[in-house]
Design a protein around this ligand. Structure first.
Ligand SMILES: [Zn+2]
Length: 328
């Protein structure tokens, strides 16, 4: 039984290729962060070496070792630091040339392949051109367009999409009892099933989001001078990106409330505060604020000066009186 939430078509496709023994030498699983790419790759890796009847059985030794990360023929390679380097690919090529230790196939999952250096990508291309018979490579990437076309054309592509919210809700109900929490996490997940599962195991994820939202509410209460001070203070925050993602989602909710689409709200636990912002700002202001938050998220990828960018962004947000305790 495949233990995959959503992505039914992708599981069907992999199951069919296993049943017919018409496996590709390489697969490319694409999709946004936390959507379940590596999880699907590992389920497939387990199925490839499973000794049970209905693969992957999750009970036999190869299945258990694959899930635990101790199967000698299943490797997961991730970027070292910011990039996936040529040395990592060379080490992998050395391993792949050897016969499997105990499984039928050597399986290598190479995650975030968009982070490979050109040298590393070109080195892997050689393996993709002449793959050893017992090897199955599974690459993951956020988008196929970020990889060399020569790599993409040698892989079978599985583009994963957001998992529908009702499917995530059903999966969460099997794990937690509190219905309000089920709905909040499913709404915040926005189709990212991996994030939803992480959120039930790490309550700190949700707490951090509330802290981030509180920071936004405080900025909105302040005038120009205090906003500039806050930009300076928050520029050194340990997760500026996470903070901006929360703010972008809050502004999205404000816009939805202004258009009377409450049922689509993600931050359901912040309804009162967001409704206050929605009624005391115009749709144009909210839309400008959403846009400036999005722009800053893009700029952050390009190593912009965070303090200056936060300043510009905060000054583009409207001034709104919302009921939060001003502790700054
Ligand atoms: Zn098994």
């Amino acid at each position: 039984m495949w233990q995959v939430i959503g992505h039914t078509w992708a599981v069907d496709l992999l199951q069919r290729s296993l049943a017919s023994q018409r496996l590709a030498h390489a697969y490319l699983i694409t999709g946004p962060d936390h959507i379940g790419k590596t999880h699907l790759a590992l389920e497939f890796a387990a199925a490839l070496n499973c000794n049970g009847e209905e693969v992957p059985c999750h009970h036999c030794t190869p299945c258990r070792k694959t899930v635990q990360g101790t199967h000698p023929d299943v490797q997961v390679i991730e970027p070292e630091g910011a990039r996936l380097k040529i040395d990592q690919i060379r080490r992998l090529q050395y391993d792949l040339a050897l016969s499997p230790h105990e499984g039928r196939r050597r399986v290598c999952v190479i995650s975030q392949f968009e982070r490979a250096t050109t040298e590393a990508a070109n080195a892997l291309l050689k393996t993709l051109e002449e793959p050893p018979r017992h090897v199955v490579l599974i690459l993951t990437a956020s988008d196929a367009s970020l990889l060399l076309p020569t790599i993409v054309s040698r892989c079978q592509i599985l583009p994963l999409r957001s998992v529908p919210t009702p499917i995530i809700e059903a999966a969460l109900r099997e794990r937690i009892a509190e219905e309000a929490r089920v709905q909040l996490i499913a709404a915040l997940a926005g189709g990212r099933v991996g994030w939803a599962l992480q959120a039930i195991q790490e309550p700190a994820l949700l707490e951090q989001r509330q802290d981030n939202a509180r920071q936004m509410l405080q900025v909105l209460c302040h005038g120009r001078a205090r906003r500039i001070q806050q930009a300076e203070m928050l520029a050194t925050h340990e997760d500026v990106q996470g903070m901006l993602q929360t703010w972008q989602l809050c502004w999205r909710d404000v816009i939805l409330l202004q258009h009377h689409c409450e049922e689509l709200l993600a931050n359901t636990d912040l309804y009162e505060e967001l409704a206050q912002i929605a009624t005391s700002s115009s749709p144009e202001q909210a839309s400008t604020a959403w846009q400036s938050t999005r722009t800053m998220l893009d700029q952050l990828e390009k190593n912009v000066n965070a303090r200056l960018a936060l300043e510009v962004m905060f000054l583009s947000w409207p001034r709104v009186e919302v009921g939060v305790t001003d502790s700054v």
